[in-house]
Each structure stands twice: as structure tokens, then as C-alpha cells.
Design a protein around this ligand. Structure first.
Ligand code: NDP
Length: 789
């Protein structure tokens, strides 16, 4: 094309990025790689090939990690652990800093290699993936310096197993490795089968940075290699990013093992455009939201929700913009979109589109050309869909946007939340009041106002609901790599033998059967059966309802209706908690007497348990308006507000001992943070909590905030664990019960805390009147609000 022709059609010329250095690096390794274990590369063994999805050329041969390889890597990480932990924070910081510097020095090589291996355009790998990865190591060099003082009373997990997907290979690696090392862990990481190359180059960087051997180990392989890491007995924590399906498998495998777990899973994030949005900006934002990285982004704004009044013009402008997107050679600097990661990904998306067509949707493909070979797809828009349509509910993980419209803000929120996922959302409106009203109502870990895909090492990233749990980035991300020191020192919890009645109840008193407490009322148990309450010395002292599945279902229903409690001012919640404390204080003698009667406590011990329960209610009344969020220091002109939000409905199963105090110690932080609760009190001494109904009723607790179901703890715990209306579950009981609830809760990936079958001393105020349960009662939502005139 000559210059006159270029002026005539104003088309782009080719702007190729050189790949000699990347090819040179691959050739230098003979295009064959082993694993990186104990500071060195192992010889190449049988495995698979890494293919450039744009050109279909073979890039290198990769070893498929076996159980033996994983075991070697875990052993190396275990040996390195004490040496790594013996270093000062400053020493560890220097290593993280050195890694950041090395990454920066070789940034172009990383960017080119990433584009060749993954298919993403160089514009993105060069300007987003690699700089963000570098930033992560710098940021966490800082955490290495400060972790001991900022997280006093915490220790690193030990050996971490980390498994990452193929969409942001180096970036996901840095999100996993930087905080793990900063916290003092060693690790074994498995990159995705499709994209192992930058992880292997990173291993070389670790050597060049002088990182002690065994601290970072990279084992390449397929799903089974990942499973071998998850199943390895000597791994203390698993950090996984990938599909919700595999996340659920990992949740089941790790259940009851005591392994720490954080899961970053899929999404179907809403992109909400109000009629008062700056439409052109919203269109540009949308291009970035769904066609960045070919749409292979977990937080992609893949569900457009547009105000009905601007739908026609918006879709028209969007199609015009889509037609201008350039899809092609990822190493061409003026391409907008590259290749998808592999032919199978293209096939899967085509299949989903076929299914969508059968369900009656309209498919619009951008007019621009795509290369004839390679894994390319056109930017695609789906219209004429309803919320029930498979393309609206399923994650497509490609360059496909689905569009729906809404009539008013309430409908926008309802549609946005109508998904099993909860990773991110974008809200577009020039009316900041409206945008800030919408942000807290969306159930997702991130909300971007008038922007999208903003990520930074200082701001936590992670989801609500089936998008997983745990955060990556910021202080909230560091917590995912640390555990409380005291948890390691607990003794096993021993279940009491069923109590046997030695004597018949005194017939002179009026017969009294405590019912359940649901939606602010005492409710007869569904089963029609009662459960005898027998004192520790064998006296039959009353009966309570034998709760069943239906009672739990009613309790959860009432608790969901009580969720408005979370949007009440913290001051109001504090007042109610103080009031509960005050009313319990009036009746302290009576409660102490009840505890003596139930558990043969000494007068002093019974009085102490009641006094501590009152103190705990006061402690959490005090916390209600003090346990709050932060504003992160992100490197753009934006406020990134880390808001603390309640989990929703929390199921609480109390242990047998500390019949009053244990229930109160969990109930109080849960409601202080705005959750509503379904509580199963001690199953052999439930009367302490059924007596508490009257305290609840006289303390102005709104209906549905506290619901109490009596019965067999482990049976009711199973129902709570399986119930999709329960957002989090806290279980204090025996080891078998702890394993069972973790396994049973995989359905909706609810966040589960258990005592791991350990005996907790609930009278220890240092542990149970502080932030231990507050952390578990809340999740962090980062709301990004850019500013500038
Ligand atoms: P997968 O869940 O299939 O794979 C993720 C990683 O897990 C890969 O390394 C994979 O190995 C490995 N793996 C597969 N099976 C097992 C197993 N049974 N046990 C342990 N590890 C296993 O997801 P994809 O790689 O296909 O990535 C796409 C998905 O990941 C999308 O759903 C996307 O939403 C989600 N994702 C979420 C992100 C987030 O931050 N929330 C970020 C990026 C992606 P192999 O490569 O060999 O299959």
C-alpha cells in the first residue's frame, strides 16, 4: 500500500512486535522444559506441548507433573520454610523487591512470551499484565516489611499450594506468589496447561534474584497435577483461581483437613448503564469490560443492563463501535483483540451460541475480518434474551456480550443480582448519588462506578456467592495467607455422652416445652416431637422442640426477610445489642441458676458465664460502629473504598459446652455486623438459649434477625450447610461434624468456619470479644469511584 492509498482509506498499517528475544529464550532451553523444584529446573519429561493459539505453531514441550514431582516440590518447600521464616521482614522484602526489578528489566520479553503463549494482544500484555504483576511484587515487598506489626498474633500458613488459570498467566502468578512470600510462606504453584511459559521464565527470574532454593517451586501439568497439590497431606493452604466447577471439587477435597482455602472463581458481571450516563464513555468502558483479553476475564462486564429509554441508541452506537474493533495478530501493536487461548475454547463458545440461537436470541457479530487460521472469534453481541436464557446465566468466557434492558433502578439491581456469581459490577451514571445508592445493593466483591476493570495490588479482589471467597490484594488479601497463632495450640473437643435421666421431673411445676423461635415468634416444631433436656446429674428439667429440615427452612426464610437489618445504621444495631445486654443483666441470677441446673456449674462459674455473656453483648455493641472499612491508595485518581458488608444469613451451630456464652459469642458479632442468624444452641443444654427468647423479645430486635431452632446439632448443621439461602455457616462441634459441614456446604460455596473439632475456651475475651468473628461475619466490597473535573 502506498502513502496515497493509506491517506485515502485511513487504514492501519502493520505494526509488528519482534519476537526474536522470546524465540531466543525458548531455543536456549531447547524448547523443552522440566519443572522448577528446589531452585533448579528438572530434566524434561513426557508431557504436552504449548501452542501459540494465533499461529498454531508449537512453542515448547512441557513436562506433565506427576504425584512424585508434586511430592518433591512440596518437600523442597517444607525444607525451605524454616529458613525463609527465619529471615527478617526486611530480608524477605529485599527478595520481593529484587523479583519486581527483574520482572521490570525483562518486561518486554515477558510481554511477548505471554502474547505468544496466550494469544492476548501485546498492547495488553505490555501495558496491563506485566506492569500490574510488577506492581504486585513492589506492593508486597512493603507487606513483607510490615506484616509482623500489622498482623500481630498471626503466622503464615506454611507451605501453600497455588493453582492458576490461563487467562492472565503471569498476573495470576504474581497475585498468588507475592502475598504468600510476603507473609512468610513457601509454595508450589501450578500454571495452567495452556500457558505455562511465563511461569517458567519467572522461575528463572527467581534464581537470578537469588531467592533461596525451595521457596518457590513451579510444577507444570494438567488438572491431575493440580489435584495432586490439593490432595497432598503436607500442604497447609490452597489458593485457587479458576472455574467454579473445579473450585467446588477443591472445597470438597479440602473439607475437614484443616487446610486454608481461598477461591477466586467465575463471574457473570453486570454492566449497568443508566439513562443519565455519559453514553460515549459507557460505550468505551464496555469495549474494555467485555473485549479486553478477548473476554476471557473472570470479572468481564459480560451482562449489559441498559436503561430502556436509551436502549436503542446505545445498542446502535455499540454495534458501530464493535465494527471498528480490529481482531488479529496478537503481536501487532495496533490490534484490539487477539486469539482465544485454544481451539477448544472457540468450539465451546460456538456451541453455547448455537444453543442460544435455539433458545431464540439474536446474535450480532462485528463486521471486521478475523484471520482464517488460529483461535479467533469476532466480537459478538446477543440481544432478545430474557433472564432465564442460558447465555444470560452461564459464564461464556469469551468475546460475547449479552444485553438486557431495565425500567428503573430497582429492576436494575434485581437483574444485576439475579446470578449465582458475585464478582464485579460496573455502574454508569453521571448522577453520583444514584451510582452510590446502587453500589451497596449489588452483591459483588467489586463495584466500578463510571469505570471498569480497575485492578491494583492495594485493593482487594475477590467475589461474593459462587465467585468464591478470600481476597487477593491489599490488607484483606494478606489475611488470606495468615492464620491466628492460637488456633494451632487447641486440644480436641470431646462430645459429651448422651445424658440419661436418672429421675423423673418434679411434677409440682407446670409442664413447659420450649418451642423454636422464628421470625420474632415462638413457633411449634414441625415434627411434633420433643427433646428431653437432662441436667448433667441426670435430672429431667424440661423439653424443647426436636427441630427438623422444615424448621430450618422456616428459620432461613424468616432470616432472609430480616436482612433489612444490615442496612440499618450501625448505631441502631449497637443500641439493640446494648439493650440485649441490659435485659440479660436484669435477669442474671435466673440465667446463672439455669446454667447451674443444666451443667452442674459452681455458683461462681455460672455467674461468670452470665457476666461474660453480658460483657460480650456490650463488646459487640461497641464494635458495631467501629469495625469499618478503608480507603485504599490506588495509583489512579479514584477513591477505592473498601466497604465492610454483612455476609447475609449466617447459620450458627453452638457447641455443647458454654451453653449460653458460646451462642452469645457468635450471635453478637454476627448481628452487630448486620447479618441475620439461624442459631442451633447447645443440643444437650438448650434451655439457656430458649430462656433468651424473652430477652430478645423485650429488646426490640426486629423480627427475623435472630431465629433459634433446637434439636440435634449435627443433623441441623447438615441442613443448614446444604441450604442455599444460608450465606455462611459457623459450626462448633466435633471433628466429624466439622468435616461434614464443609463437605455439605459446597452447593452454594458458602463460607464456612468450623472449630475443626477443637475445644475452644469461650471465656477467653481476648479471642472471642475481638475481631475474630467480625472478620468472618463480613466481606469486603471495593467500590472504585474515579474523580477529576
Ligand atoms: P479450570 O478451573 O479448569 O482450571 C484452573 C486451573 O486448575 C488450571 O491450572 C487447571 O489445570 C487446574 N485444574 C483443573 N482441574 C483441577 C482439579 N481437579 N484439581 C486441581 N486443579 C485443577 O479453569 P480454566 O483454566 O478453564 O479457566 C477458566 C475459568 O476460570 C473461568 O470459569 C473463569 O471465570 C475462572 N477464572 C476466575 C478468575 C478469578 O479471579 N475469579 C480469574 C481467571 C479465571 P489445566 O490448565 O491443566 O486444566
Amino acid at each position: 500500500m502506498n502513502i496515497n492509498e493509506i491517506f485515502a482509506n485511513l487504514d492501519y498499517g502493520p505494526a509488528p512486535e519482534a519476537k526474536d528475544m522470546a524465540n531466543g529464550w525458548l531455543d536456549g532451553h531447547g524448547r523443552k522444559f522440566g519443572h522448577f523444584i528446589d531452585g533448579q529446573f528438572t530434566p524434561h519429561k513426557k508431557g504436552f506441548t504449548s501452542i501459540n493459539p494465533a499461529t498454531e505453531e508449537e512453542l515448547a514441550r512441557i513436562s506433565n507433573g506427576t504425584k512424585v514431582d508434586v511430592d518433591k516440590a512440596v518437600k523442597a518447600a517444607r525444607v525451605a520454610l524454616p529458613l525463609w521464616q527465619a529471615l527478617s521482614g526486611f530480608e524477605r522484602a529485599k527478595y520481593l523487591y529484587a523479583i519486581a526489578r527483574q520482572l521490570q528489566k525483562h518486561s518486554r520479553l515477558f510481554a511477548v512470551l505471554e502474547s505468544m503463549d496466550n494469544g492476548k494482544v501485546i498492547r495488553e500484555s505490555r501495558d496491563a499484565d506485566i506492569p500490574l504483576a510488577v506492581r504486585h511484587f513492589y506492593h508486597h515487598a512493603g507487606w513483607a516489611m510490615h506484616v509482623e506489626t500489622r498482623f500481630k498474633g498471626y503466622s503464615p500458613y506454611g507451605v501453600c499450594g497455588q493453582i492458576i488459570p490461563w487467562n492472565f498467566p503471569l498476573l495470576m502468578l504474581s497475585w498468588k506468589i507475592a502475598p504468600a512470600l510476603a507473609a512468610g510462606n513457601t509454595l508450589v504453584l501450578k500454571p495452567a496447561e495452556f500457558t505455562p511459559l511465563t511461569a517458567l521464565l519467572f522461575a528463572q527470574i527467581c534464581s537470578e534474584a537469588g531467592l533461596p532454593k525451595g521457596v518457590v517451586n513451579i510444577v507444570t501439568g494438567e488438572g491431575e497435577t493440580g489435584a495432586a497439590i490439593v490432595e497432598h497431606e503436607d500442604v497447609d493452604k490452597i489458593a485457587f483461581t479458576g472455574s467454579t466447577e473445579v473450585g467446588k471439587i477443591i472445597r470438597k477435597t479440602t473439607a475437614g483437613t484443616g487446610k486454608g482455602l481461598s477461591l477466586e472463581l467465575g463471574g457473570k458481571s453486570p454492566y449497568i448503564v443508566f439513562e443519565n450516563a455519559d453514553i460515549d464513555s459507557a460505550i468505551e468502558g464496555l469495549v474494555d469490560a467485555i473485549w479486553f483479553n478477548q473476554g476471557e476475564v473472570c470479572c468481564a462486564g459480560s451482562r449489559l443492563l441498559v436503561h430502556e429509554s436509551i436502549e436503542t441508541i446505545f445498542i446502535e452506537k455499540l454495534k458501530a463501535r464493535m465494527d471498528k474493533l480490529r481482531v488479529g495478530d496478537p503481536l501487532d501493536k495496533s490490534m484490539d483483540m487477539g486469539a482465544l487461548v485454544a481451539p477448544i475454547q472457540v468450539q465451546n463458545i460456538k456451541k453455547m451460541l448455537e444453543q442460544g440461537k435455539k433458545e431464540g436470541c439474536t446474535i450480532y457479530e462485528a463486521k471486521g475480518k478475523i484471520p482464517a487460521t488460529g483461535s479467533f472469534l469476532k466480537p459478538t453481541l446477543i440481544t432478545d434474551v430474557s433472564p432465564a436464557h442460558s447465555l444470560v446465566s452461564e459464564e461464556i468466557f469469551g468475546p460475547v456480550l449479552v444485553a438486557l434492558s431495565f425500567r428503573n433502578p430497582d429492576e436494575a439491581v434485581a437483574l444485576a443480582n439475579n446470578t449465582k456469581y458475585g464478582l464485579a459490577a460496573s455502574v454508569w451514571s453521571e448522577n453520583i448519588n444514584l451510582a452510590l445508592d446502587i453500589a451497596p445493593r449489588i452483591k459483588s466483591g467489586i463495584v466500578w462506578i463510571n469505570c471498569t476493570n480497575q485492578l491494583d495490588a492495594s485493593a482487594g479482589f475477590g467475589g461474593y456467592k459462587e465467585s468464591g471467597f478470600g481476597r487477593e490484594g491489599g490488607a484483606e488479601g494478606m489475611v488470606s495467607y495468615l492464620k491466628r497463632d492460637w488456633e494451632a495450640k487447641l486440644k480436641p473437643y470431646v462430645l459429651e455422652q448422651p445424658r440419661k435421666a436418672a429421675e423423673v421431673k418434679n411434677s409440682s411445676s407446670i409442664d413447659h416445652t420450649a418451642k423454636n423461635y422464628i421470625g420474632g415468634k415462638q413457633a411449634r416444631g414441625d415434627s411434633g416431637y420433643s427433646r428431653q433436656v437432662i441436667s448433667q446429674n441426670g435430672a429431667m428439667i424440661g423439653t424443647v422442640a426436636e427441630g427438623n429440615r422444615k424448621d430450618i427452612r422456616n428459620g432461613v426464610e424468616a432470616a432472609r426477610k430480616g436482612l433489612g437489618w444490615g442496612s440499618k445504621p450501625a448505631h441502631f444495631r449497637a443500641q439493640i445489642l446494648y439493650y440485649l445486654g441490659e435485659n440479660l443483666d436484669y435477669r442474671r441470677q435466673e440465667f446463672a441458676e439455669r446454667l447451674r441446673q443444666l451443667n452442674s456449674l459452681s455458683a461462681a462459674a455460672a455467674k461468670n458465664e452470665v457476666d461474660l455473656s453480658i460483657q460480650r453483648l456490650f463488646a459487640y455493641a461497641g464494635w458495631a460502629d467501629k469495625y469499618d472499612g478503608a480507603v485504599h491508595n490506588v495509583p489512579i485518581r479514584a477513591i477505592a473504598a473498601a466497604m465492610i458488608e454483612p455476609m447475609g444469613v449466617i447459620g450458627i451451630v453452638a457447641p455443647q459446652n458454654f451453653a449460653l456464652l458460646a451462642s452469645i459469642s457468635m450471635l453478637a458479632p454476627a448481628i452487630a455486623m448486620g447479618n441475620s442468624v439461624v442459631l442451633v444452641p447447645s443440643d444437650n443444654a438448650p434451655l439457656a438459649m430458649t430462656d433468651f427468647y424473652q430477652i430478645i423479645q423485650t429488646s426490640d430486635v426486629p423480627d427475623g434477625v435472630i431465629n433459634i431452632i433446637t434439636g440435634g446439632s449435627n443433623d441441623l448443621a447438615k441442613t443448614l450447610a446444604e441450604h442455599d439461602g444460608v450465606d455462611a455457616l459457623w459450626f462448633a462441634g466435633d471433628q466429624a461434624g466439622s468435616v461434614m459441614v464443609e463437605k455439605a456446604s459446597t452447593g452454594n460455596l458458602k463460607q464456612v468456619w468450623t472449630n475443626l473439632g477443637k475445644d475452644l475456651n469461650w471465656s477467653d475475651s481476648e479471642k472471642f470479644a475481638g475481631d475474630y468473628f467480625l472478620q468472618k461475619a463480613t466481606q469486603v466490597k471495593n467500590v472504585w469511584i474515579p474523580y477529576g473535573a
